[in-house]
Write a protein that binds this ligand. Structure first.
Ligand code: M6P
Ligand code: ZN
Length: 191
């Protein structure tokens, strides 16, 4: 028998989802990086381009593209609107289309839009503790429909990759807008 030293965890995740430690990075998305994402171009143009829309903490223990690895992250979508449309993430498909992902709600409230390549779309309510399995071939976007930060955890394969181009070109077939203080999901005809 021999003894091994017990190491400390390489990173910590606090109750609010914040990740600190080894190989952890912090990304910021300002409104100016979300050109074409929101429908109301006029309202978009009237806003401060440096408005903070969302942030992401993520830990990458392997490099992007490594088969068999996992990435772990937390997204923080700030409350706000462009016109009547709520703040949201860019949303993406995975380059490797069959890759799935888990999201889970930590703080705040919102919606997860899930769209297949046929354009068929559905929305799941995100609340603290809600768990969301995002299957392969499904693009995903988080929308903050609340008045506080929407914090959502994520875990995805390190070789999944992000395909933003398909979303930039075709958009999502549904938008989430504030109608009399309540979120309404508006779908394009035929979706
Ligand atoms: C989650 C994960 C990340 C993603 C991030 C922001 O943390 O899905 O892979 O990058 O959300 O979302 P997006 O890439 O759509 O801006
Ligand atoms: Zn993803």
């Amino acid at each position: 028998m021999y003894q091994i030293m017990v190491e400390q965890a390489k990173a910590v995740v606090n109750a609010g989802g914040g990740i600190r430690g080894e190989k952890v990075s912090h990304g910021i998305k300002y409104l100016e990086q979300l050109q074409g994402v929101f429908e109301d171009r006029e309202a978009f143009g009237a806003m401060d381009p440096k408005t903070l829309v969302y942030e992401v903490d993520s830990q990458a223990m392997v490099s992007e593209g490594t088969a068999g690895g996992l990435f772990f992250g937390t997204s923080y979508i700030h409350p706000g609107q462009v016109g009547n449309e709520y703040f949201m993430t860019k949303g993406h498909y995975h380059n490797r289309r069959e890759s799935a992902e888990y999201y889970w709600g930590i703080e705040g409230s919102g919606l997860l839009l899930l769209m297949e390549e046929s354009g068929s779309i559905r929305a799941e309510q995100v609340i603290p503790g809600s768990l969301h399995y995002i299957p392969g071939n499904t693009s995903h976007r988080l929308v903050n429909t609340g008045t506080t930060v929407l914090t959502v955890g994520a875990c995805w394969p390190s070789d999944a990759g992000h395909d933003y181009k398909s979303i930039e070109e075709n958009g999502f077939t549904a938008r989430v807008v504030n109608v009399d203080g309540k979120p309404v999901v508006l779908c394009k005809e035929g979706s």
